[in-house]
Write a protein that binds this ligand. Structure first.
Ligand SMILES: Nc1nc2c(ncn2[C@@H]2O[C@H](COP(=O)(O)OP(=O)(O)OP(=O)(O)O)[C@@H](O)[C@H]2O)c(=O)[nH]1
Ligand SMILES: [Mg+2]
Length: 260
């Protein structure tokens, strides 16, 4: 059958029709929520693996390292967009996660501010179930950099949940018997606690519950970002952290005295 161009396309050829359709789609503005998510934790705690699970890929390098060595030696950012991930105000919205992985030496506020001038929406504190945390000054760090609201934007993630399962331990039993610092932190953070087994499933599937939890936490904070106190003087920042160390040592000393 012969086609009459004029009859079917009213003078337009097929290419211009498709091109018009394409530019129409390109001009349709989709709603997108961009969330900056900061990963914090000890050396080899599983920070980069949590980042990978959340963006559903293998973007951050991970692996076992010799004692005292870290795979992640500087701040790294990886982003991923999840089209039509959720609905807000009656319309579909994309979710864009900007994950900021950190080295074990905590980034200075100025460095963080350079990476996220608009602030940080969610803090993720990553802890291994099989190792007691080394650095218990995280709250002090978070408070100095983000102010007193830091905990309302924070969630605590326990990695190596597979080891709990192997040992036949329920997460609730583990939490009841963990260190006082972790128990207190678990109560303090607004985003609650999650257990992650990074050995199972595909990262995209494994990360789904975490992504949903993160989104719920951000929604509870009306998707407001925590402002980074970039104006905090570097020396003052060091003094604050040192004071934290002294405070911790004093607490330890008084604990020991009480025990004797
Ligand atoms: N069994 C098990 N291994 C895990 C889990 N999560 C992470 N790992 C492994 O633990 C090692 C360290 O994980 P990473 O994600 O590199 O940890 P990190 O905190 O980024 O480490 P550094 O950047 O080196 O400080 C890797 O070999 C991971 O495969 C988990 O849930 N279960
Ligand atoms: Mg890492």
């Amino acid at each position: 059958m012969e086609m009459d161009d004029d009859c079917c396309f009213h003078g337009n050829n097929i290419f211009s029709i498709l091109n018009q359709r394409g530019s129409h789609l390109r001009s349709e503005k989709r709603d997108a929520l961009v969330l900056n998510v900061l990963l914090l934790g000890d050396r080899q705690s599983g920070r980069s693996s949590v980042g990978n699970a959340l963006i559903g890929g293998q973007e951050f390098p991970t692996g076992i390292c010799a004692p005292g060595v870290s795979k992640t030696t500087g701040c790294q950012i990886r982003s991923r967009s999840f089209p039509g991930y959720f609905r807000r105000q009656g319309a579909e919205s994309d979710l864009v996660l900007r994950m900021i992985d950190t080295p074990t030496v905590w980034p200075r506020p100025q460095t963080l501010h350079e990476h996220c001038p608009e602030g940080v929406h969610v803090l993720m504190i990553v802890v291994r179930t099989d190792q007691p945390p080394e650095n218990t000054r995280l709250q002090l760090y978070a408070q100095s950099v983000f102010g007193p609201d830091w905990n309302r934007h924070t969630t605590l993630i326990f990695t190596h949940a597979d080891l709990l399962q192997e040992a036949g331990l329920q997460p609730s039993v583990y939490l009841a018997h963990t260190t006082d610092w972790l128990k207190a932190l678990a109560k303090e953070v607004g985003g609650g606690v999650s257990f992650l087994d990074n050995t199972s499933d595909w990262p995209l599937i494994r990360g789904r519950p975490l992504r949903d939890q993160l989104l719920r936490l951000s929604a509870r904070n009306h998707h407001r970002a925590l402002r980074i106190r970039a104006e905090l003087n570097s020396q003052l920042f060091d003094v604050l952290l040192q004071l934290g160390v002294l405070h911790q040592q004093l607490l330890l000393l008084s604990d020991r005295r009480l025990q004797h």
